[in-house]
Design a protein around this ligand. Structure first.
Ligand code: DI6
Ligand code: FE
Length: 399
């Protein structure tokens, strides 16, 4: 059988099915950027490959997927970090005009080119660890022109690097000063002006909001979700990060792809997510960086069969993290996820959180040939080590 490329003498963690999908003597064949075969060498069809790569026993996993980032933004917040070390809380900083709004100012002031240039090193850090798909949210522009600029910058990242960029419109991230004291009016503006324009321009693959005391109420979030649905866009939600407003259950009722953060999620929220097939995206970087002490209810999520994803939440305020490998280690160390759970969380379940299970996340025939090839002894090494990058090669769309 003809194919473009053949990777042989590999050990595979296909991530197909429930666990790691281990194959000891494996090979992967690609054709036209897609996986043609991934499985045991014994029993594989005889391939006639244009190029054959000997993996010398290295491990191949699906390319990693970072399904929740705020990779594009104007300036970092290292000064705020210093203030926090001197005792200020996240809420205090936010209410004093710091926090998200200070990044908004820098993002509005930056050109599209500047946003792209400042995001590239962060993207390159992710890519260097085998990441092949990255979700990028808007939400630091908070006016139409600046949100469009952020989303265009995000899309351009995908033209400048061999990576799949999935964009999310997060206009409802914080209240911009133009709408001070009028969250209702800002939600109207999002639903009537911003979202239709973003959708019309094809710049967003999904819609997100920050449902929180310092963000938007469940009622406001629901209005946004209804508008998103009218534009045919799937929804997801920052929910239960600092308090329990029952945002996850609301998201589940609207068939959300994912609910994210979830430290304060209760059992009703877990049940609602299980019933709707909503992915629980846990963000241990933000948990760690904010020195949060309430753990997300991992045991309850596991017992209910809710798929768990892990992501960096890369953002300047609460998670300046550009290592998905470290996010996996934190998922294990802080949240007690197992090794198979951590690996599923950045492949199969992360693909589901993006609504891309049919194309990404496992080494299954027909899916995109996005591979990470690792110099490791066992898959656990990807989770176990801290600050070590064992990536040998990264294949994106068969290349
Ligand atoms: N939750 C977060 O952790 C980030 N956004 C959100 O809704 C924080 C964003 C920031 O502080 O810049
Ligand atoms: Fe976030």
């Amino acid at each position: 059988m003809r194919c473009d490329r053949l990777w042989k003498h590999a050990r595979l963690a296909t991530m197909a099915g429930e666990g790691l999908g281990l194959v000891e003597n494996g090979l992967v064949a690609s054709q036209d950027g897609a996986i043609l075969y991934a499985g045991p060498e014994a029993g594989a069809p005889p391939f006639d490959a244009a190029e054959t790569i000997d993996c010398a026993g290295r491990w191949i996993t699906p390319g990693l997927i970072d399904c929740h980032t705020h990779l594009v933004f104007g300036a970092d917040r290292s000064r705020e970090f210093e203030l926090r070390l001197e005792g200020a809380s996240y809420e205090e900083i936010a209410r004093a005009g710091g926090g998200i709004v200070s990044t908004m100012k820098a993002t509005r002031a930056a050109s599209e080119d500047e946003l792209v240039a400042s995001a590239l090193p962060r993207l390159d850090a992710l890519i260097s660890e085998g990441v092949t798909t990255v979700e990028v949210k808007s939400g630091y522009g908070l006016d139409l022109a600046s949100e469009l600029k952020m989303l265009r910058a995000a899309r351009r990242l995908g033209e400048l690097r061999p990576v799949r960029i999935v964009t999310t419109f997060l206009g409802a991230h914080a209240l911009p000063p133009e709408f001070a004291g009028d969250a209702e009016g800002y939600i109207d503006h999002i639903c009537e002006v911003m979202l239709p324009t973003v959708a019309q321009a094809g710049l967003a693959d999904a819609v997100d909001a920050f449902c929180e005391g310092i963000g938007f109420s469940p009622e406001q979030t629901e209005r946004l979700f209804i508008a998103a649905k009218a534009h045919g866009l799937p929804v997801k939600l920052h929910a239960e990060q600092l308090s329990n407003l029952h945002g996850s259950a609301l998201a589940a009722r609207h068939g959300a792809l994912s609910a994210d953060h979830l430290e304060h999620l209760d059992s009703e929220g877990v049940a609602a997510m299980a019933a709707s097939g909503t992915v629980a995206t846990l963000l241990p970087g933000a948990y760690y960086f904010c020195r949060e002490t309430v753990l997300p209810p991992v045991a309850a999520l596991r017992a209910a069969g809710v798929p768990i994803a892990l992501a960096t939440d890369c953002n300047p305020g609460t998670s300046p993290l550009t290592s998905l490998l470290l996010a996996m280690n934190m998922g294990a160390t802080l949240f007690r996820l197992t090794v198979p759970e951590c690996l599923a969380a950045v492949t199969r379940n992360a693909a589901q959180a993006l609504g891309l299970s049919h194309r990404l996340g496992t080494l299954d025939p027909g899916k995109a040939c996005d591979l990470a090839i690792w110099d490791i002894e066992r898959p656990a090494d990807l989770v176990y080590r801290m600050g070590f990058n064992p990536l040998h090669a990264r294949i994106w769309s068969g290349q």
